[in-house]
Ligand binder design. Structure first.
Ligand code: SAJ
Length: 434
């Protein structure tokens, strides 16, 4: 199948790079977003998200005239839906953006068109929710138009490379739909393209992120256990990983972002009776920020969390992982919030989003501002610029001599030599033998 014009719904971390990449491969692309600010920013040549290389990619796409940004879709050969699926308080998927995008396609849908969904949602959604909406056009799925699910699998921070190089799974509601989807992504994907049915593709996506979530949960649980037994979890993990069939992930302040902390719930929602392990892993990761608050309490020698009231704390990093600007579901934000809730006076610094505003949280624009007057420093995100900090230089900026390192980001001996007392996640306070 040949594609001359496509419409991409959702110009976020996935939709914008995808739309731009198609445009840079000679396809006419209408990039649609319901947020007028996003449309306005992009039309003015700005960018509302941070991702390495994205600015150049988008500018090239807009400059070529192949990418046009709009609030409204137009008839096209193919439609890609890459809108977010947030979750409600009870962790059920909020399908409103997906439903709205599918409804917006209905008046534009023509015979032989292809519709592809990239948003993540519970299994069987493509068939049971999206197909009936599209059929309001009077066209029949399979017979009159193609419908497929192709999960995005790119890693924030490396989106541009992974979009092209990663293997791509395309699940059609029928064989012809899968083939049409393969033809579309073959425009730029250099990784292997595998076709399957829609439900399998939906499940593949959820399995990947759930697998990672469960594995991070076990790493976090190991960190808690190591501390109890007077063991340094970082050393123990490194030693365990020498085993040829073991690869334990990194403990940390919890799991954030819009993917791994969300997607496992879609499996739990779809089959709660069959997913106790997945639910428990989520709970372990979700309670990890509270565990880090316990470290802060201990680092300050406090008998109870109430002792945190009135303490001046500097929080370094708020994004959900290193070297990105994304604060969604961030465990670092949760740690900061819990500290504020305990009555502490918190100054947080996030170099990738110094202008961020979060209710009840004092976010400052520079490292010195965060550190001034602090009694304790909490390192919550492993940004390269934080890891590169020189302890002796940092000591000039703050009276604090106590540090909680929740990510094993700072070499203990160097920091101790500069006069800092370091409390690390998953590490014993006992002196090591070697
Ligand atoms: N994390 C740890 N320990 C680790 C690895 C990660 O605590 O050893 C934490 C991170 O700090 C972060 C969270 O987990 O808070 C998730 O980070 P991540 O880098 O593992 O993943 P994401 O959310 O940025 O991207 C994931 C990727 N999925 C998998 O690796 C299976 C990506 O390929 C997906 O495209 C993306 O979710 C998505 O959009 O679904």
């Amino acid at each position: 199948m040949e594609f001359k014009k496509i419409c991409v719904f959702g110009l976020g971390y996935i939709g914008l790079p995808t739309a731009s990449t198609f445009a840079n491969h000679g396809i006419q692309v209408i990039g649609v977003d319901v947020n007028p600010e996003v449309v306005e920013t992009l039309r003015k040549g700005g960018l509302h998200i941070h991702e390495p290389g994205l600015r150049t990619l988008v500018q090239a796409a807009l400059g070529s005239g192949n990418l046009v940004v709009s609030a409204q879709p137009e008839p096209a050969d193919a439609f890609i839906i890459a809108v977010p699926t947030p979750f409600y308080d009870d962790k059920r998927a909020d399908m409103r953006y997906v439903v709205a995008a599918a409804e917006a396609i209905v008046p534009c849908l023509r015979r032989d068109n292809l519709v592809v969904l990239e948003s993540t949602y519970p299994p069987l959604t493509t068939q049971h929710i999206v197909a009936p909406i599209l059929e309001r056009s009077g066209l029949k799925v399979g017979a009159d138009f193609h419908l497929a699910y192709s999960p995005e699998r790119v890693l924030p921070g490396q989106i541009l490379r992974e979009l092209i190089e990663n293997a791509r799974v395309i699940g059609g509601v029928d064989y012809a739909s899968a083939l049409a989807g393969r033809d579309l992504y073959a425009v730029f994907v250099r990784g292997e393209i595998r076709i399957t049915d829609a439900a399998t593709a939906e499940m593949v996506k959820l399995m990947e992120n759930t697998y990672r979530d469960v594995n991070i949960a076990i790493a976090n649980e190991f960190a808690r256990l190591a501390e109890r037994f007077g063991v340094d979890v970082w050393e123990a993990v490194a030693l365990a990983n020498l085993h040829p069939r073991v690869e334990i992930l990194r403990p940390g302040p919890g799991v954030g972002g819009h993917c791994i902390s969300v997607d496992p719930w879609f499996l739990v929602e779809a089959a709660p009776d069959l997913s106790p392990l997945i639910r428990t892993a989520r709970q372990v990761n979700d309670t990890q920020p509270q565990f880090v608050v316990g470290l802060a309490q201990r680092a300050l020698g406090l008998a109870s969390p109430e002792g945190l009231a009135g303490k001046h704390l500097a929080v370094l990093g708020l994004s959900y992982k290193p070297d990105v600007d994304d604060l969604r579901e961030s465990p670092a934000v949760e740690v900061a919030r819990l500290l504020v809730k305990a009555g502490a006076s918190v100054r947080a610094f996030e170099p990738f989003k110094p202008e961020a505003r979060i209710e009840c949280l004092q976010i400052v624009a520079s490292l010195p501002e965060a550190l001034a007057g602090a009694e304790l420093i909490l390192l919550l995100v492993g940004h390269a610029q934080f890891k590169a900090l020189v302890p002796a230089e940092l000591a000039q900026l703050t009276p604090a001599r106590r540090v909680v390192d929740a990510i094993n980001g700072w070499p203990v001996k160097e920091w101790q030599a500069a006069g800092f007392e370091i409390t690390r996640l998953g590490a014993s306070t006992a002196k090591p033998l070697v």
